[in-house]
Design a protein around this ligand. Sequence first.
Ligand SMILES: [Zn+2]
Length: 95
Amino acid sequence: MEQKSTSGLEFSVPSHASMVEQCPLCEFIFPTHENLVFHMMESHPTQCPIETTKEYEKLSITESDKLFIYHLKICSLLMLTFMGLAYVYAFVLVG
Ligand SMILES: [Zn+2]
């Protein structure tokens, strides 16, 4: 629901139904179930049920794949930048 503050700025407060996941051990709130699983394994590793542990292993693989793709994109971007700069410098040195 959109509301206006006293200074005229619009803001929205999430309703309770939109808060999807809450940690049962420390009551932190997370927007997605994946975030809750990562939080539980990193903050309460000894108190996690076995299903959470298995889910964490699956999510970790997916997450590491995404991270690998991200690193590949960053490396490609750096290579393109360096090649572009070398190309420009070559024209400057010749001309
Ligand atoms: Zn917690």
